[in-house]
Design a protein around this ligand. Structure first.
Ligand SMILES: [Zn+2]
Length: 312
């Protein structure tokens, strides 16, 4: 039996975040810059209470701080507004406080607005929490936000989406429906990136989230977290880890993914820690590895990490 789950309501299209009638008594969770970049003004959320201090690769301490600061406030809804980090924190907080959730991405890559996954850093390590109760009640995907996205954020988000749909396509946990979504998402993203039609990325990212969110990512993501722990952004790490993972898996996306990485241009990444220790950490990530299309052993992981370290 296969099953597909997604938010009850997904609104998308230009102005969808501006025209939505937001409930009163909401807490907006976002990152620094939400005010100066006009996000609260655009969405008419300026009069709601807000927390605007979500950091990149957010820690579970941030979520716990919000929970303790706002748990006694009169709030019906949590509104997550921002990149994947803000949405992941908002989902986690809303779930713990048993509030309804409205999620509005301003960068397009994580697909977090339509998944049941929240990734937080716990004791210095990226940890993913999975729960059906973390689905948004309403997800709003408004391409308006891509207009002012800095190039660095845009490319890191775009390569995350490409990694997620192509890994998802190959996932052992997938089915005909997820492969349909992942394939379509990859095509939209590839066209948007190679032809610099960036207004296509929000739709590509949304379909990616619906696709991989109903199966899983695999080896590329499993390899990436040790790099995140050393400070590399998620997308930057994936540009290399998903690339070598696709080669290892003989994925049909190998050449097309490499082409996209080359177009977006990423600086080389190097893991500082001992590769054997890193491999031991990666091997514990059974959530990703058990769905990888090919069986992965420690020696394989070490050789893939060496390959990344030795890229020209
Ligand atoms: Zn990802």
């Amino acid at each position: 039996m296969n099953i597909i789950k997604q938010p009850n309501c997904i609104k998308f299209g230009i102005d969808s975040a501006k025209d939505f009638k937001y409930p009163n008594k909401s807490l907006v969770i976002t990152s620094k810059g939400a005010i100066s970049r006009g996000w609260l003004n655009y969405t008419n959320l300026e009069n709601q209470i807000y927390f605007d201090d979500v950091e990149p690769n957010p820690s579970s301490d941030t979520a716990e701080k919000i929970i303790s600061d706002f748990k006694n406030k009169d709030i019906d809804y949590i509104i997550g507004l921002g990149g994947g980090s803000s949405l992941d924190v908002a989902k986690f907080v809303a779930h713990k406080l048993q509030k309804k959730k409205i999620l509005i991405p301003t960068t397009f890559g994580s697909g977090s607005e339509v998944t049941r996954i929240s990734v937080l850093t716990v004791n210095g390590k990226k940890t993913s929490f999975h729960d059906d109760k973390m689905f948004a009640d309403v997800a709003i995907v408004d391409p308006y936000f891509i207009k002012n996205t800095p190039q660095d954020i845009l490319k890191n988000s775009a390569i995350d989406a490409c990694a997620q749909c192509s890994e998802g396509y190959d996932s052992k946990n997938g089915n005909e429906y997820t492969r349909f979504l992942c394939q379509k998402a990859f095509e939209i993203l590839e066209d948007g990136i190679l032809n610099e039609k960036y207004e296509k990325l929000p739709m590509g990212s949304l379909i990616t989230g619906l696709g991989f969110g109903n199966c899983s990512t695999t080896l590329g993501h499993a390899l990436s977290y040790v790099y995140s722990n050393e400070g590399y952004s998620h997308g930057h790490a994936l540009a290399f880890t998903t690339r070598v993972a696709h080669e290892f898996n003989s994925s049909k996306f190998t050449d097309r993914f490499n082409h996209i990485v080359n177009k977006l241009k990423f600086d080389k990444i190097i893991l500082k820690q001992n590769l054997e220790d890193a491999a031991n950490i990666i091997l514990k990530d059974s959530k990703h590895l058990m769905n990888n299309p090919k069986h992965v052993e420690k020696k394989d992981i070490i050789s893939l990490l060496e390959k990344i370290n030795n890229f020209d």
